[in-house]
Design a binder for this molecule. Structure first.
Ligand SMILES: Nc1ncnc2c1ncn2[C@@H]1O[C@H](COP(=O)(O)OP(=O)(O)OP(=O)(O)O)[C@@H](O)[C@H]1O
Ligand SMILES: Nc1ccn([C@H]2C[C@H](O)[C@@H](COP(=O)(O)O)O2)c(=O)n1
Length: 416
């Protein structure tokens, strides 16, 4: 029970982080012109203009759904959903799927034990909400008295055990809690000792990303005394790649528990299996792959001089890691090259020079042409609103004195 509570707490945290990031969605930049037009129309422009604005597709469709989304409401339009039909469903530790179907639908996040149940859907409907679609499904469990609620965030709640059915909202996605968080992910790849960790620290400092090192997460798992600890330790000692399932679970948890939505995933994916499994489990496709290219002799020199007490920084393991890198990790880089996602950096240069090259990739094009800090951006926003209003007043005056017409939507349309 305590374990379940801890798990719930973690998911609850992920849920609030997701909601927080959603709250930021309707951007000021997006709202400003509409708000200024609206302000103008209710104060100076006349009621018919305000009415037309209120009836605009943006205000009718996008704004309410964005606001609802921001506040976590759901109900919108009902429709039928292929999944939401009576039938037999199988729940395992982390999935609910129709019996015989491989496609996972929800993250049920039950417990550590492989737990399979069979359930029957006896009522369901589907809700489409903006670009998200989820279904409300009542499940009848044939083999268990334990009932849970699974909501669209992958949240698990315990129902009264007297109830024999289960109410759940199935989020049509990849089956990961991360589907709603929709984080921005950059994979950081390169040989052992190429300087991935060093440069990630610089990126975190300058660009507000969260750094997740797959190697660090695995080492922390060993230290935590988890059941996988010994297996991970042995594999790292041998320079081998830990099974994807283990690493992905650690990454998923770290992303879900972090409030940030921008992540540098360092040292992952290390092989084709890592890559394919991560994409299919989380549904996340990287923005790009930052590839640190460095000759082996230089990497070897750096690793031998690292002095961080890492068990795998000895010449035997280093050689094994190089072999695994050439055989398993380079094909992943080739794969992303074919997708035009690789940004290659010459990592043999001194740290500062490497970071200059990295910085160029992270600096938005606008900032390169016209660097503005936040205060100047605010000024610019206020100026653009003022110009909007000024422009409208100008059109109004111009219409009245030169064309002899009142400024209504009709007169603007007639004029055009
Ligand atoms: N450009 C550089 N020039 C010289 N030394 C560097 C450079 N970048 C990093 N180093 C040093 O090389 C060592 C390895 O760097 P770092 O830990 O960043 O590599 P890594 O790619 O993250 O390694 P691993 O894959 O083993 O975790 C560190 O001691 C670091 O200080
Ligand atoms: N995706 C990954 C990342 C790392 N490992 C293991 C094997 C590596 O030798 C070790 C250290 O990683 P590093 O800190 O050098 O990035 O961790 C893995 O199995 N799978």
């Amino acid at each position: 029970m305590a374990k379940l509570n801890r798990r719930l707490l973690g998911i609850e945290k992920a849920r609030s982080a997701t909601k927080d990031s959603c709250k930021l969605r309707p951007r000021a930049a997006e709202l400003m012109p509409v708000m200024s037009l609206f302000l103008y129309s209710v104060t100076v422009g006349g009621h018919d203009l305000a009415l037309i604005l209120l009836l605009s597709p943006y205000v009718i469709f996008l704004l309410p759904s964005r606001l609802l989304y921001a506040f976590g409401f759901s109900s919108m339009r009902m429709s039928t959903h292929p999944m939401a039909s009576p039938g037999s469903y199988q729940t395992t530790r982390s999935r609910v799927s129709r019996v015989g179907s491989k496609k996972p639908y929800i993250n049920i996040s039950r417990d550590r034990h492989k737990h399979t149940q069979f359930c029957q859907i006896f009522h369901s409907h589907c809700v489409s909400f903006n670009f998200i679609k989820f279904s409300t499904v009542f499940l009848h469990f044939e083999s268990s008295y334990t009932n849970y609620i699974v909501d669209s965030w992958g949240l698990l709640l315990k129902l009264q055990t007297s109830l024999r059915w289960k109410y759940s909202i199935i989020f049509e996605a990849t089956g990961s809690v991360l589907s709603l968080k929709n984080p921005k992910v950059i994979f950081v790849l390169g040989g052992p000792g190429s300087g991935k960790g060093t440069q990630c620290s610089n990126i975190v400092e300058h660009f507000g990303y969260t750094h997740l090192s797959a190697g660090d997460l695995l080492r922390a798992e060993i230290k935590s005394g988890s059941e996988n600890g010994t297996m991970i330790q042995n594999m790292i000692k041998e320079g081998k790649i830990v099974p994807s399932e283990v690493t992905i679970k650690l990454l998923e948890k770290a992303i879900a528990e972090n409030e940030n939505d921008k992540f540098l995933i360092d040292g992952f994916p290390r092989n084709e299996e890592n890559r394919a499994a991560f994409e299919s489990v989380t549904g996340i496709v990287p923005e790009f792959v930052l590839f640190f290219d460095c000759p082996e002799e230089e990497m070897e020199k750096r690793l031998l001089g690292r002095n961080q007490g890492r068990e795998d920084d000895n010449i035997d393991t280093i050689r094994k890691r190089f072999r695994v890198y050439m055989e398993s990790s380079l094909p992943v880089i080739e794969y992303y090259k074919s997708k035009e996602k690789v940004r290659k950096i010459d990592a043999a240069k001194p740290v500062e020079e490497v970071f200059e090259a990295v910085k160029a990739l992270f600096t938005p094009v606008n900032d390169k042409i016209f660097p503005l800090n936040k205060i100047y951006r605010c000024y610019l926003g206020v100026i653009s609103v003022a110009l909007n209003i000024y422009g409208l007043i100008f059109i109004r005056v111009w219409l009245k004195y030169w064309c002899g017409k009142e400024f209504t939507m009709r007169s603007v349309v007639d004029f055009m």
